[in-house]
Design a protein around this ligand. Sequence first.
Ligand SMILES: *Cc1c(COP(=O)(O)O)cnc(C)c1O
Length: 225
Amino acid sequence: MIIKQNLINFKKGLPDQIELVAVSKTKPISDIQEAYDAGHKVFGENKVQEMVNKYEELPKDIAWHMIGHLQRNKVKYMAHFVHLIHGVDSLKTLIEINKQAKKHERVIQCLLQARIAQEETKFGLQFEEIENIIKSQEFVALKNIKIIGLMGMASFSDDEIQVASEFDSLKTFFDKLKNKQLSTFNFQLSTLSMGMSGDYKIAIKNGSNMVRVGSAIFGARNYIA
Ligand SMILES: *Cc1c(COP(=O)(O)O)cnc(C)c1O
């Protein structure tokens, strides 16, 4: 019951246009089922095998988001069902997603992950690398993927001004890319995935329209990362 209540409360506080990805990593099937029964159908996982197992057990109208760092050799296991891949950070990975999507006659939606945090440990592309990817001949030829936006993670920091400026930098770049009107079949920006339990309010203030929230809904995770 607590998950249902958390979810209802969380959604009440969320502006209408903001999409919520409920991050269910490490949580059991029963927790996801509870959120599903409360009407939520968008879930995020950061490990392919875990997501596949949950996909197989749970109702098929769930939209599964892969939010973790992606290993290319794992793409094939989720290509038949994944709804959106958030953490794409290389052209090679896009080419692999395209190849696996084609086998299933699908177009897989992706976000390019930008590096916005000051911390060194974060994955992601520099803005310039993103521009180079979408301008490349190899990218234009990919018919079974579609870049619908960008994703970024801010520093894990109490410094709200720092966090806000990191989110703002991505929003500014997102708008700049949109204004360039590079739109092709496989590149149509609409989604800006920024914000987690600890910083989603700052992310929304700075232009996010998709938040990835785990512990604020499902409770703290107890695992050693
Ligand atoms: C785990 C995770 C989240 C959710 O984190 P919470 O702090 O539990 O909300 C969001 N995004 C990514 C990429 C994650 O790995």
